[in-house]
Write a protein that binds this ligand. Structure first.
Ligand SMILES: [Zn+2]
Length: 227
């Protein structure tokens, strides 16, 4: 597993200290399974464990993509509500599943405090649900529900870049979680939103997968009606 990870040095935008966090060598990953809600399971390691960065000094937490991106207002909120409570903890070593879960919960706490977009919050909940799925915890369902609510609202209320991969992926995930929960009619409506979006033509694999899942949901819906 050691060869799958390497250290990356990160500068904390809040306390300005450097710290290291593990990163996964994505070229070495071997796919074990692709699940219907787009979770990809890899052999030997779960890259989702390293998706969230946590500064050991001050506790500032975020996903890698937006970590450095903190506004003065958010810094102030963080200083007032989190920083003074933070007890030094280091997530810079290979993470256990419990540690990975802790990092996601910290990321969620901060996302809620900073009133981050629902699309961002929904995606954190989705990934956390996938980690719970790995350990067969019934918390999976709880976080899938949070993901569903946030992603559905983000699609309807937030200005996701129109006709983007994010927009169609969000609709697909909403469809698929609905189907998992047995809301077949809702699921069918959301698969249709994916298939009706013109950008789907550039994403052949997702298009085929959506058609396939639409048929599955339709079958389940018909079966339920006649039962
Ligand atoms: Zn810091």
């Amino acid at each position: 597993m050691d060869t799958l990870l390497y250290d990356k040095t990160v500068n904390c935008p809040v306390c300005q200290r450097d710290f290291t966090s593990k990163k996964v060598r994505s070229r070495k990953l071997i796919i074990a399974e692709k699940q219907d809600d787009l979770n990809v399971v890899y052999k030997d390691i779960n890259p989702l464990y390293y998706h969230v960065l946590v500064c050991p000094e001050c506790g500032y937490t975020g996903t890698e993509v937006e970590f450095e991106d903190i506004s003065p207002i958010h810094k102030k909120i963080f200083d007032d509500q989190i920083r003074y409570k933070w007890k030094q903890r280091n997530y810079g070593n290979p993470r256990t599943v419990e540690e990975a879960i802790e990092t996601y919960k910290l990321a969620l706490l901060m996302a809620q405090l900073f009133k981050k977009p629902k699309n961002y919050i929904g995606n954190i909940c989705l990934k956390l649900a996938w980690i719970y799925r790995e350990i067969k915890s019934n918390k999976e369902e709880e976080f899938l529900k949070y993901a569903l609510v946030n992603l559905q609202e983000s699609y309807q209320e937030e200005r996701l870049e129109s006709a983007s991969i994010n927009e169609i992926t969000t609709a697909y995930i909403v469809a698929e979680i609905n189907r998992r929960f047995g809301n077949y009619k809702e699921a069918i409506v959301w698969y249709a939103k994916v298939l009706d979006n013109p950008v789907i033509k550039n994403h052949r694999q997702l298009q085929l997968k959506t058609r396939e899942q639409w048929r599955v949901a339709k079958g389940q819906y018909d079966e339920e009606k006649t039962a």
